[in-house]
Design a protein around this ligand. Sequence first.
Ligand SMILES: [Zn+2]
Length: 65
Amino acid sequence: MALEFRCKNVGVVCNASIEADTEEDLLTKIAGHAADAHGVAQLTATLVNYAKSTVEETEGRASSS
Ligand SMILES: [Zn+2]
């Protein structure tokens, strides 16, 4: 099981999807992506909470079988 965040789920026109095993790791990756791809220097608590509300659980490791 992994956690997945998709930019488009928060209304951003972006096809990026970010996966991590833990919420903490996921939020770190989201912050990095937001800074690199969207010029958001720092996520506010409101943005973090909004992002968390859209996070989905996935099976993970979809490419291995
Ligand atoms: Zn994005």
